[in-house]
Design a protein around this ligand. Structure first.
Ligand code: FAD
Length: 542
């Protein structure tokens, strides 16, 4: 449990540490590069010296956040992920950085405040390059709204504004709620129904360019602070101080001992620690081409008939798509690798959104669909929609510290609470958490970030990479990987050399989201395979 010199408590918090695992001097020390060569090096280093301060299991937003929290506090940290970064729920979200309004509506003031604060942290300090302000528009069409519902929504939006103010997030970043006329409504969402349209209420929330990109940025920043980030490594036989690690690429195993073990495996938490009881809830989205709604720049928010607090959202996304979601359905039974939306969910989403559209969408318009499982804590009966989105940190009889529940927006707070618990329970040699002011890879203020290059760079590349765009440009060509797909060949190569992608699926399904639309994936596959193979040959183990 000896901190390396570079990561010892007392060194300047802003100094990325060298690798914390193993005695060898690493060629990757202080860099955020994740790739196959680093993975091999760090697995070997771990085999040489398998005693660490903290093992984090699960490479979703929570585990990656916990690894960054721990490594930046000076702990020798290893993160293991059985498949790939963001393989689980963290890639199936609505990609919203919530201000907590919906929690306020159900009286959960603490969760609402926490969400608003964490949204502000992401948008102002840690990842402003990945989060933009998204206008959310509720069309004022009388037959869509129950009597009094417009007033309720307006009051809710004002309460959301109060949360924003309370969190210290400037109005310049998230403009205040306002009412717009019908013409402005149509400019924001050209596909909106015009019959009876009296304008709209517009509020703002945060939207990630992509959820999986946040996870990768967290994992890379953690690696820069000395964490070993090991994908395709499954943790088995987990106790409070040890685990057997299986390299799923080679079948080799290794037992590590740790000062503490954090279980951040989301809906799989009960498989790692059988004392954890979850009640997963499935949420589905479908995807349509943005052209079918006239390329909206705001999210269309449609009340669910019969409910005062549920809405279906049509959310503009990168790659010229609109995601329409979402559902909240009990999902008992074994946890699938990739949950699938049901026919009933797709019908519900289409029917609800169609009520607010000038031209109805049909099943032929649906170019993709996805579903994810919320890792909700089992609190007994009731609807899954009513279960608190609060997170919990639990120490099980085996000594494993499990962090579960919560949401993407509050990952940083979840990570801080989990590491605090591990430090307190096991007396780990850590300094205090400072992740609220730690810029992630690509954020302004991150030491490797540069201003946007002078040469013309696609806006989509800047939105995905921020201040790291200069590194992406150095990795390859700016030509698109396929016609009409605004992902460049350079980004594919960079995914392999810097973002820990180990194969074509990692690139198509998680570093980029090309794979969400199967037809797009097929058009890009051959070129992606070639670039992945070429980039992989350049980073053969050193
Ligand atoms: C449909 C939907 C929409 C949502 N929308 C939003 C939103 O807009 N905004 C928001 O803030 N939140 C949203 N959420 C909530 C949010 O997505 C989740 O709370 C969050 O992503 C959970 O992340 P996690 O890291 O805890 O779990 P996961 O992302 O599931 O990560 C767990 C990881 O653990 C790995 N793992 C499992 N077992 C092992 C093992 N034995 N060894 C090693 N690794 C293992 C898995 O492969 C997986 O990658 C949404 C959720 C859903 C389902």
């Amino acid at each position: 449990m000896t901190p390396t010199a570079a990561s010892s408590p007392g060194s300047h918090p802003g100094s990325p540490a060298g690798p914390s695992v193993g005695p060898s001097v690493s060629p990757f020390a202080g860099t955020s590069r994740l790739n196959a060569a680093r993975r091999t090096f760090e697995l070997e280093a771990l085999a040489d010296d398998p005693h660490i301060d903290l093992l984090v299991i699960g490479g979703g937003v929570t585990g990656a956040g916990a690894a960054l929290d721990a490594a930046s506090r000076g702990l020798r940290t290893v993160l293991v992920e059985a498949r790939d970064l963001a393989f689980g729920t963290s890639r199936w979200s609505s990609k919203l950085v919530h201000g907590g309004l919906r929690y306020l509506a159900s009286g959960r003031v603490k969760v609402a405040r926490e969400s608003a604060v964490e949204r502000g942290v992401l948008m102002t300090r840690t990842a402003p390059h990945l989060v933009r302000a998204l206008p959310q528009l509720v069309p004022l069409i009388p037959d869509l709204l129950r009597p009094g519902q417009a007033s309720l929504i307006r009051a809710g939006f004002h309460a959301g504004d109060a949360l924003r103010l309370g969190a210290g997030t400037p109005g310049a970043l998230l403009p205040r709620v306002r009412r717009v006329d019908a013409a402005r409504t149509r400019r924001l969402v050209p596909g909106v129904r015009t019959a009876g349209l009296r304008g709209a209420l517009v509020a703002h929330d945060g939207q990630l360019v992509d959820d999986a990109r946040l996870v990768v940025a967290l994992a890379r920043t953690a690696a820069q602070y000395g964490a070993s980030v090991l994908t395709r490594v499954r943790a088995e036989s987990v106790t409070g101080t040890s685990a057997r690690l299986v390299d799923t690429l080679t079948g080799q195993t290794l037992t590590v001992t740790a000062g503490a073990v954090i279980n951040a495996t989301g809906v799989w938490a009960g498989e790692v620690d059988t004392s954890i009881k979850l009640r997963p809830s499935r949420g589905a989205h479908l995807l349509v081409d943005a052209a079918t709604l006239g390329h909206p720049t705001a999210a269309l928010t449609v009340p669910v008939p019969g409910s005062t607090s549920r809405f279906v959202f049509a959310l503009p996304q990168q790659l010229g798509r609109v995601a329409i979601g979402l559902t909240d359905e009990d999902a008992p039974g074994p946890i699938p690798d990739e949950p699938q939306p049901t026919e009933a969910e797709l019908t519900f989403l289409l029917d609800t959104v169609n009520a607010a559209l000038a031209t109805e969408l049909t099943r032929q318009d649906v170019c993709g669909a996805y579903a994810g499982l919320r890792p909700l804590i089992d609190t007994g009966g009731g609807n899954t929609a009513d279960i608190s989105r609060e997170h919990a940190v639990l120490e099980s009889p085996s000594g494993v510290v499990t962090v579960v529940g919560g949401k993407l927006t509050t990952y940083r707070r979840m990570a801080e609470d989990a590491v605090d618990a591990a430090v307190r329970l096991r007396g780990l040699p850590a300094r205090t958490c400072w992740t609220a002011r730690l810029p992630l890879v690509g954020a302004p203020g991150h030491r490797d970030s540069r201003p946007a290059p002078a040469s013309p760079v696609p806006a989509s590349l800047l939105a995905r990479h921020g201040g790291a765009a200069h590194e992406v440009l150095a990795a390859g060509e700016l030509a698109p990987v396929a016609d009409d797909l605004d992902v460049t060949r350079a980004e594919i190569a960079y995914a392999v050399t810097h973002e820990g992608a180990l194969d074509t699926a990692d690139v198509l399904d998680r570093r980029t989201r090309i794979g969400l639309v199967k037809a797009d994936a097929e058009r890009a596959r051959k070129a992606v395979e070639e670039i992945v193979a070429e980039a992989a040959s350049e980073i053969a183990p050193q």
